[in-house]
Write a new protein. Structure first.
Ligand code: GLN
Length: 447
């Protein structure tokens, strides 16, 4: 059924960079056989799942949305996909993304632009736009995305699905193509909070292959889904996020959703995070800096594309000039500049200090409340082409999601209504470190 939907819808939605039909059918048959034999099957067994194409899948092309990796077939499996294989999911394909996860619309993909299933002229958000669109169009049940500055939550919001960026270190990054390593985190997309909880329970956990992986017990996250909200739960509205640049309908809809939380018994408070607004500028120093180092590995020798030239440096430069797209080049240049001798203290070090201040704002907030809420994205889905000429306006899409990555906290986007054109609006819930339990609890009670 899902394969049929993919066949019918893909010419319009273009969520997938590759569809792994043969593998999917053979896996599905194995599950069928188990069922026929009367064996018990796990919760995720046989579930059609899509994987963002920046997670390595052994023997299956992994492009990261870049021409430089157009023919790259990984010789190993990422930890997350390994865990999902073990849980018995059926991988239906690899989804589109902005090249190297740099973007907020999938328009920076080196291959195709994905359409928003709610309005095909609009973008699905990004960078995990393919995964969000695939879940929204029911081309799969659940999907994995990655989130460095909002790339799970913003597309979830624009496509009307649930998306969670877990606490930094909760999910292994082994086999995830690195963008900005101190911010990158893998997480689930789903149509319900329960499905997201099931998926996170399967992918989370300590992994010795990722040096930033946390050694913590992983609960079954579905135990936190209860019909009613815990008594005395305190919810903080981040005052600053309701300021300039926020679409009026988005503001009103999220305010309504917060009122519903109050009706459900939550105590609502306004909370100020005054340094939140420095998140975006700090991010656009830190993320490109880390990216410029991470992307140095694409040298025409170890991976992917090679353009021959007369000498080694010539080979590096023609390969990189042909293989990388405009946005990736912009970030490599920004990062290389910010890290260069003499500028390091002024830019990178300063941005890291800002990062600490943002963390302190969150720490203070969580002394007063259990969970913070704000809009996920300042607008609903925008038209393809609308922001491509102005990188700064595109960067502003992530105003409210970026501080969460800088502080390493978990953040979830859940659908909370529609604008007057019928486009979905998302509300972001932010928890303290490793408090995914509260996010699931509140999101489920709201849903
Ligand atoms: N849109 C942001 C960027 O372009 C965030 C991307 C992400 O989270 N991967 O960097």
């Amino acid at each position: 059924e899902y394969m049929q939907r993919i066949e019918t819808l893909e010419p319009k939605v273009r969520a997938f960079l590759s569809v792994t039909a043969d593998l999917a059918f053979s896996k599905a048959k194995q599950v069928d056989a188990k069922i026929a034999a009367g064996e018990e099957i796990g919760l995720l067994e046989g579930i059609p799942t899509a994987i963002k194409d920046n997670m390595c899948t052994k023997g299956i092309k992994t492009t990261c949305g870049s021409q430089i990796l157009a023919n790259f077939v990984p010789p190993y499996e990422s930890t997350v996909t390994q865990k999902l294989q073990q849980a018995g999911v059926v991988v239906v394909g690899k989804t589109n993304l902005d090249e190297f996860a740099m973007g907020s619309s999938t328009e920076n993909s080196g291959f195709q632009v994905t359409a928003n299933p709610w309005d095909l002229e609009r973008v699905p958000g990004g960078s995990s736009g393919g995964s969000a669109a695939a879940v929204a169009a029911a081309e799969c049940v659940v999907a994995l995305g990655s989130d460095t500055g909002g790339s799970i939550r913003q597309p979830a919001s624009l496509c009307g699905v649930v998306g969670l960026k877990p606490t930094y270190g909760l999910v292994s990054r082994f086999g995830l193509v690195a963008y900005a390593s101190s911010l990158d985190q893998i997480g689930p997309f789903a149509r319900t909070v329960e499905d997201a909880a099931i998926l996170l329970s399967a992918i989370a956990g300590y992994d010795p292959s990722d040096s930033t992986s946390l050694k913590v017990e992983i609960p079954d996250y579905t135990q936190f889904l209860q019909p009613t909200l815990k008594k005395g739960l305190k919810v903080g509205i981040i005052t600053e996020t309701f300021g300039e640049g926020l679409d009026a309908t988005v503001a009103a809809t999220v305010r309504n959703a917060i009122a519903k939380l109050q009706e459900l018994g939550a105590e609502i408070k306004e909370i100020s995070c005054p340094r939140f607004r420095y998140g975006l500028p700090a991010y656009y120093i830190i993320a490109p800096s880390e990216a410029s180092a991470n992307l140095a590995r694409y040298d025409a020798v170890k991976y992917g594309l090679r353009q021959e030239a007369d000498n080694l440096v010539g080979m590096y430069s023609t390969t990189r000039a042909t293989g990388f797209g405009t946005e990736v080049k912009r970030r490599i240049m920004l990062g290389t500049y910010a890290l260069s001798a003499g500028y390091y203290d002024a830019y990178y070090l300063k941005a890291q200090k800002v990062r600490t201040l943002i963390k302190q704002d969150f720490e203070q907030a969580f002394e007063e409340v259990d969970v913070l809420v704000c809009p996920t994205s300042p607008t609903t889905a925008f038209k393809a082409g609308e922001k491509t000429a102005d990188p700064l306006s595109m960067y502003l899409s992530d105003l409210m999601t970026i501080p969460v990555n800088l502080a390493g906290l978990p953040g979830m986007s859940i659908p909370c209504g529609f604008d007057d054109q019928g486009l979905p609006i998302g509300m972001q819930l932010i928890g303290n470190v490793l408090r995914e339990d509260i996010l699931f609890h509140v999101a489920h009670a709201y849903e």
